[in-house]
Design a protein around this ligand. Structure first.
Ligand SMILES: [Zn+2]
Ligand SMILES: [Zn+2]
Length: 388
């Protein structure tokens, strides 16, 4: 029987002592193992994971290592369970928790900062100064499930209450896994420099964050919203999510197209989501003088940047990490008000036991996969579900 001291449980939601969990071995090697169901401490709950989406960052972690940091180093061969874009049902409450109830459906954001550093105190907990320090003598209590602590490719996980976002009954499990992606787009658009409502925006790169960046920008009243990319099928989804114009950069020069589409002028704001090596310099030429560029993707190599144009044109350039300042809660508010339909980027669902297949679909973009979700229950084995 699962009955840790001080933890509230409920007979309607029985909890086993052990669970299925995917564990990372060598790079690219995942094995399904049994792990003890973790125990929530103060300010934590136990979430039964009902659905988890695969993110490009999961693929980075599984095949290359960073940005995960387990016990001060790479995540390989440390009994680590990756996965961070999950949602589920609360089944146990840690000591003193009364902010949520057992049986409540929630989605999660990733970063529970240390809560004591300068950035956490400012609400920028995704830039916590104690990132990854949650072990040994330097334990500051930082958690980022799937990055510095065990994540969601399993049946149960513990979450700090600060990382929980309540969701309405009519939001599907699959849609709920996308709230944190929309939250990241929201953080990129509203924090730091910040998009002023009604201003013009270019989103470069129609990956999940870029596509939901289009949706959030449009919902915020941006005009026009221009999406650039190389794949027509993804650009078409961008249009459905609110892009006024799309530009296939294989067919025309992105900078010239942006200027033409915005009356000969550069735009006020660029949300860079492609990670392409030339993306920053193109963004510098896409914004108008005094414009802002938010970098939400990263190239693998160091890239030269045209500093002179940034200075001469008073351009603001900054990076963002993840989904801070409660942006995920604001994204959920947009989604529960049906300001956009995030499920347009969900393409496939697989059972949790088929995670390697799901990862192959996400990595190789099999059948034009965008967001691939795995579920521990409700999906029959050996049958993938292609989303509508
Ligand atoms: Zn992610
Ligand atoms: Zn901190």
């Amino acid at each position: 029987m699962y009955a840790p001291a001080g933890v509230k449980t409920n007979k309607e939601h029985p909890i086993p002592e052990t669970m299925k969990a995917w564990v990372l071995g060598n790079p690219g090697e995942l094995t399904l193992k049994s792990k003890p169901v973790p125990e929530p401490k103060k300010a934590e709950v136990l979430v039964r994971i009902d659905a988890v989406a695969i993110c490009a960052t999961d693929l980075e972690i599984i095949y290359h290592g960073p940005p995960a940091s387990i016990q001060g180093g790479y995540a390989f061969n440390k009994n680590f369970t990756p996965g961070h874009e999950y949602m589920g049902t609360i089944v146990a409450l840690g000591p003193g928790v009364d902010e949520y109830r057992i049986g409540q459906r929630v989605t999660v954001e990733i970063h529970a900062g240390c809560g004591q550093c300068k950035r956490c105190r400012e609400g920028m907990y995704t830039a916590c100064h104690n990132y990854g320090l949650n072990y040994g003598e330097v334990d500051k209590g930082h958690r980022a499930n799937g990055f510095t602590t065990d994540g969601g490719f399993c049946e149960y996980q513990i979450n700090n209450i600060n990382t929980l976002v309540a969701i309405p009954d009519d939001m599907s499990d699959e849609e709920a896994t996308l709230v944190v992606t929309a939250g990241t787009a929201m953080y990129g658009l509203t924090e730091l420099g910040g998009l002023v409502a009604g201003e013009s925006v270019v989103v470069t790169g129609p990956g999940p964050i870029g596509l939901l960046g289009v949706a959030v920008a449009k919902a915020m009243g941006a005009s026009p919203v221009i999406l650039t990319g190389t794949r027509d099928n993804r650009l078409a989804i961008g249009r459905e999510l609110g892009a006024d114009h799309v530009v296939n950069v294989r067919n025309e020069d992105a900078v010239e197209a942006v200027r033409r589409l915005n009356g000969g002028k550069g735009v006020d704001y660029v949300l860079e989501c492609s990670g392409a090596p030339n993306a920053v310099n193109e963004a510098i030429r896409m914004v108008n003088r005094g414009g802002k560029i938010c970098l939400a993707a990263f190239p693998h190599e160091e890239t030269p940047v045209n500093v002179a144009d940034i200075v001469r044109n008073n351009i603001y350039l900054y990076g963002i990490r993840g989904e801070g300042k409660s942006a995920t809660h604001r994204a959920e508010a947009f989604m529960s008000q049906k300001r956009f339909d995030a499920t347009k980027i969900h393409t496939h669902t697989f059972p949790l036991d088929d995670l390697p297949t799901a990862i192959r679909y996400a990595k190789d973009r099999v059948e034009d996969a965008i967001k691939v979700v795995v579920k521990a229950r409700g999906v029959s084995a050996a049958h993938k579900v292609a989303a509508e």
